[in-house]
Design a protein around this ligand. Structure first.
Ligand SMILES: NC(=O)c1ccc[n+]([C@@H]2O[C@H](COP(=O)([O-])OP(=O)(O)OC[C@H]3O[C@@H](n4cnc5c(N)ncnc54)[C@H](O)[C@@H]3O)[C@@H](O)[C@H]2O)c1
Ligand SMILES: O=C(O)[C@H](O)COP(=O)(O)O
Length: 632
């Protein structure tokens, strides 16, 4: 039996935690993904003290209301968040667009793969509730309805390619579904297609080809323009844009680029000058588009911006159709401001058969073929299959779109603290009595580490998970933790304090404080009036080390009974006997007290859940002032 010190730590706030995502490597991403809707298990709360009989409340949870009324709390039983092998028994992976064989082979070695191409939106929604993963290209719209229909089963959406504008990322995040893409393997194919369109547009290849097949021989009509010495503006100097720039330089073009986020040294290395948007438009003979489609870039090429271009400019678009206002482009083509356009992508795909743009004689079109080389498709298939399988295994994914990046080494170092964090969250919420909703949670990390060396996002997510999951139907993972907390009106603040401990360990202790709530266990309320518990990791095992102002030392395994009693001899024996008589195995007991012969706290770890009779008997022990049974 261990008695631990009860002296209060003096905590000196030094700063508020901020996200570290900016320095985090993209090659390491946590995917706590296993949101198989858990089967509820029933957990009864009990206390002999009438002041503390109601289970915790969370004002925003409807489901809790029922739990409150029945004095019964349904707790989600969730899989271990770190080492999830547990997608049962073989995950179902739906592939909704053609994927290379090498990728399919990887997927088949891991799960049941169903290739169902050309599903209607309704059919996709119907099918998706049976699927753990969905792999799409640009042709499948993964809308909010898809995530709703998935009913929590869908864990990962893999986009076999770069653009994720066909996936509702907000909805994915809300539903805790990870979205991964395959951003590398089709870069060269897209760049080559851009160059192919550039050259064929300049030399009227497609028009001349069509005319000759129509029996004509129009040599003077299809006189083209040369590329050498002309200025090409690359709009979006990312992976594809920079590859296009490299190739265009090889063709003797003068290449400039506009990209508000591109590093100047990267451009310099390719021999490209970064310029402003307007400067690019005003100087370019050719403009090649390579930015993503998002709210900022949507229809960024419109009447106003076409008017800023050099008369007779030629435009290539292998990015996304939506970055161009297509009606404005037709006007610009008709007026001659734009001499020619070569388009691989369209606002609506496929475009209407009678689209003026597609039918325009100065326009060359291809049906979104940028990524369509054998090599790129094999590469993309492997890239996305590995990402999806990794995500389903709960491994790190290099290409997650909607989850923060947590380097793998950070993850493995924090693993025991992740378990501690979740358990502290679960314990804290069980200490709240009914009638008061949790609104404000403060997390205090004591650490000897430099602030920049401590990434607390996983811990915050797991504490959030511990707090919210037991009292609502939500599933929480790293993808949706912050969103769900916000949505439920739960304000989570973080603070770090300098600990005197060794910086070898990332964290000395984690404290969870819930303010403005009543507790069903008065001893858990600190001098400042908030429910406060603290935990540490000892020899890799999470421990509860403080409850309110009482120090304890309880390993967080199995279940826990916390008793506040008058500090007098024989208490441990009495409670131990009661539990023994009811065949409940005690795995440890720890006593903490404020001062001698005053009040003490007993933390009793039990392997089995004590029945109501045994709990009632404990409540009848005269020196026991209050107690609570907590499920870990
Ligand atoms: N046609 C195809 O089959 C095909 C194939 C691959 C990629 N793509 C598309 O090409 C585009 C680029 O792909 P990528 O792999 O190079 O992506 P990327 O993320 O590597 O590059 C995009 C670049 O655009 C820049 N950017 C963002 N907003 C901008 C703005 N307002 N103005 C200028 N630049 C801006 C970014 O900073 C980034 O450098 C994407 O839309 C992608 O979907 C199409
Ligand atoms: O964004 C992409 O990767 C390209 O547009 C390719 O799309 P696709 O996979 O539908 O060919």
């Amino acid at each position: 039996m261990a008695a631990s010190s009860s002296s209060s730590s003096s905590i000196k706030p030094i700063f508020t935690t901020r996200s570290k995502s900016s320095n985090s490597s993209k090659s390491s991403l946590l995917s706590f993904l296993h949101n198989t809707k858990p089967k509820p298990i029933s957990l009864k709360f009990s206390s002999h003290n009438s002041n503390y009989t109601t289970p915790p409340s969370f004002t925003i949870s409807n489901s809790l209301q029922t739990a409150l009324e029945t004095s019964e709390l349904h707790v989600s039983k969730f899989q271990d968040d770190l080492n999830v092998q547990a997608v049962t028994p073989k995950p179902t992976i739906l592939v909704s667009e053609k994927l290379g064989e090498a990728g399919l082979a990887i997927l088949r070695s891991f799960g049941n793969v169903e290739c169902l191409y050309d599903l209607s939106p309704e059919a996709l929604c119907e099918k998706i509730s049976q699927c753990d993963a969905l792999i799409v290209r640009s042709g499948t719209k993964v809308t909010r309805s898809v995530f709703e229909a998935a009913n929590g089963k869908l864990k990962v959406v893999g986009r076999a390619g770069v653009g994720i504008d066909n996936v509702d990322l907000q909805a994915a995040t809300e539903f805790g579904c990870l979205v991964v893409n395959a951003p590398i393997a089709n870069t060269v194919a897209a760049a080559e297609h851009g160059i192919a369109l550039l050259a064929s547009m300049a030399r009227n290849v497609s028009q001349a080809d069509a005319s000759i097949k129509a029996g004509k021989w129009l040599r003077s009509k299809y006189v083209g323009v040369s590329l050498v010495g002309k200025t090409l503006a690359v709009m979006g100097f990312g992976k594809v844009g920079s590859e296009v720039a490299r190739r265009a330089k090889g063709l003797g073009m003068n290449v400039i680029a506009h990209d508000p986020y591109a590093p100047a040294d990267k451009a310099r290395a390719v021999g490209v000058e970064l310029v402003s948007f307007d400067q690019a438009l005003a100087t370019a003979d050719f403009i090649s588009l390579h930015m993503p489609l998002n709210p900022t870039t949507s229809k960024i090429f419109n009447d106003e911006t076409f008017a800023k271009m050099k008369k007779g400019v030629r435009i290539v678009n292998v990015a996304r159709g939506g970055v161009i206002d297509e009606e404005a482009l037709v006007r610009a083509l008709d007026s001659g401001v734009v001499a020619q356009a070569a388009l691989d992508v369209f606002t609506e795909e496929p475009p209407a058969k009678d689209s003026k743009l597609v039918q325009h004689e100065n326009v060359t079109v291809t049906p979104h073929l940028g990524a369509s080389t054998k090599e790129a498709q094999e590469g993309v298939a492997i890239e996305i299959a590995e990402a999806v399988v990794g995500a389903l295994r709960g491994e790190l994914s290099a290409t997650a779109i909607n989850a923060p990046m947590v380097p793998s080494e950070v993850l493995s170092e924090l693993a025991p603290y992740v378990v501690l964090a979740k358990k502290l969250g679960r314990l804290a919420v069980q200490l709240v009595s009914g009638g008061s909703g949790i609104k404000s949670v403060k997390l205090i990390y004591r650490s000897a580490r430099d602030p920049d060396d401590l990434d607390t996002r996983i811990l915050r997510a797991m504490i959030t998970k511990g707090i919210i999951e037991p009292i609502s139907a939500s599933f929480i993972n790293l993808v949706n933790a912050d969103f769900t907390a916000k949505q439920k009106g739960l304000r989570i603040s973080e603070e770090r304090v300098v600990a005197d401990s060794s910086p070898e360990f990332p964290i000395d202790s984690i404290q969870v404080q819930l303010s403005n709530v009543d507790s069903k266990f008065a001893a858990a309320v600190s001098e400042n009036g908030e429910i406060s518990i603290e935990g540490k990791v000892k020899f890799g095992i999470p421990h509860l080390t403080r409850v309110g102002s009482f120090g304890v030392d309880a390993s967080l395994e199995g279940n826990l009974i916390l008793c506040r009693q008058v500090d007098q001899p024989g208490m441990i024996g009495k409670v131990g006997n009661i539990l023994g008589e009811h065949n409940v195995n005690v795995n440890f007991m720890s006593v903490g007290r404020t001062f001698r012969r005053n009040h003490g706290i007993m933390a009793i770890g039990v392997d089995e859940e004590p029945n109501q009779d045994s709990l009632k008997e404990i409540g009848k022990v005269p020196a026991i002032e209050e107690f609570v049974f907590l499920k870990l």
